[in-house]
Design a protein around this ligand. Structure first.
Ligand SMILES: [Zn+2]
Length: 454
């Protein structure tokens, strides 16, 4: 399999690309963030392109390792007929950057273009709030060889875009993919709106094309649409050739040229890319590459780790954030940023564990209560009765003896060779002590007591 992507993501600007309408289209009533320009009314003249959008596009192109086009850049009119675009054309720039690379996949080009409106065929209505929002378009070479590789690439691309802090997330993604199998023709799939969708569409398409080829049938060169709800692709129309779009430079927009100084200034202010951050974390904090990968999977998480590592041993912090914090985030299906957890809360929690104010087990319980919780870990510990570690040998022994006495079956099982019964008994001791005992030390005591009981 060979495939290449065209990925569109919205840029984070306050106003649209060719007018001053705001871009917060999700919060606004339909067709309220509009003007004659972004409604594409005949004769409405676009303003000069949004400078912030141009700067963001350059920044992202550079972060993707692209060379910057030093020649003249035009906004082209790309013609097509669809209700989301009353003018009949979408404005898209000639390449701003080219010849980049990410995850071993070559980036052919990066463009800047305008988003069309949102057409809802089932209702027959169009909302133009989205029309004119700047998009970054990233075009790859057909270097991707499996759905898994595609998924990895898209994840890494989203990470770079997040790190740029200039692009919106996967929620605004729209991608087209060109896919072909050896001996078959190239098929374009449109309407891919998520990384998972891309993976499923490719899986389906490979199977469909393979079946045709195996039966000696031809794979038609066509454009297909991905129906996310059914996880299948269906024919859309015969593939357009570039000439069908009748590209012409938009006479209402001035050509652009970037001067050397301007590019240099952007280069100087580029943020770290995710791969740069992984490398630095390994060197600076002496943590493993795997830990660094997990911690840099989200910019907010990476930033929080650096805050925490100022006060807590970085290896200890990395271990807790990678294992326990990530466990809690994925259980709740939220990102770190969404969780509202602060570095301050994490520092306090880890300090409590280090100072033996709570057990490790209690720490694991408390961290589960941190998402969407403004309370400090100490307050949470108090509420849950988890404060304190039982050091008193007598008390531990008492709990152990009670657990043995109350669970003769488990003790018997152990004597009959079922070693796992000991873990059950440890669990009972934990319950009796509200998890305030050190598990390793308690296990030693428990084991010797159970063996004595034979
Ligand atoms: Zn407008």
């Amino acid at each position: 399999m060979k495939c290449g992507f065209e990925i569109h993501i919205q840029l984070k600007t306050k106003s649209k690309l060719f007018c001053s309408c705001p871009t917060n289209y999700q919060d606004a009533d339909p067709n309220t963030n509009v003007c004659p320009v972004c409604l594409n009314q005949p004769g409405a003249k676009p303003s000069a392109p949004n400078e912030k959008a141009i700067e963001s596009a350059l920044k992202i192109a550079l972060m993707l390792g692209c060379k910057i086009n030093k020649g003249t850049i035009y906004f082209m009119r790309k013609h097509y007929d669809y209700p989301d675009l009353p003018s009949g054309y979408q404005r898209t720039s000639t390449p701003i950057g080219y010849d980049g690379e990410l995850n071993g996949i070559r980036i052919r080009e990066v463009h800047l273009e305008e988003d069309p409106g949102q057409y809802k065929p089932d209702l027959g209505v169009v909302d133009f709030n989205r029309s004119g929002i700047p998009l970054i378009e990233v075009v790859t070479e057909p270097d991707i060889n499996s759905p898994e590789e595609a998924r990895e690439f898209l994840k890494e691309l989203m990470r770079v875009l997040e790190y740029s802090e200039d692009a919106r997330g996967e929620g605004t993604m729209r991608a087209d993919v060109n896919v072909s199998l050896e001996g078959g023709r190239r098929v374009e799939i449109k309407n891919i709106n998520s990384i998972k969708g891309a993976y499923k569409a490719l899986k389906f398409e490979i199977m469909r094309q393979k079946n045709l080829l195996e039966r000696g049938m031809e794979v038609a060169r066509e454009t297909r649409a991905f129906l996310e709800s059914q996880m299948i692709t269906v024919p859309m129309r015969m593939k357009e050739e570039a000439e069908d779009y009748r590209y012409i430079p938009d006479p209402d927009l001035p050509p652009m040229k970037f001067d050397e100084k301007y590019i240099e200034k952007i280069k100087q202010s580029l943020p770290e890319t995710p791969s740069m951050k992984v490398k630095r974390f390994v060197e600076q904090y002496k943590i493993s590459k795997e830990d660094a990968h997990v911690l840099t999977s989200e910019l907010a998480l990476a930033n929080a780790f650096e805050e925490v590592a100022k006060e807590i041993n970085p290896k200890f912090a990395a271990q807790w954030m990678r294992e326990e914090l990530k466990r809690v985030l994925s259980y709740n299906n939220i990102t770190f940023a969404e969780s509202g957890i602060t570095p301050k809360q994490l520092i306090e929690l880890l300090k409590m564990i280090q100072n033996k104010e709570i057990t490790v087990k209690a720490g694991k319980k408390i961290i589960e209560h941190l998402p969407f919780n403004k309370k400090s870990p100490k307050e949470i510990a108090k509420e849950l009765g988890l404060l304190g570690v039982i050091e008193d040998e007598e008390k531990i022994l008492k709990a152990v003896e009670k657990a043995i006495k109350d669970n003769p079956k488990a003790v018997n099982d152990y004597h009959n060779g079922k070693k796992a019964a000991l873990n059950f008994l440890l669990g009972q001791v934990m319950k009796l002590t509200k998890g305030k005992v050190d598990p390793q030390r308690t296990m030693q005591i428990l084991k010797s007591k159970v063996e004595e009981s034979k």
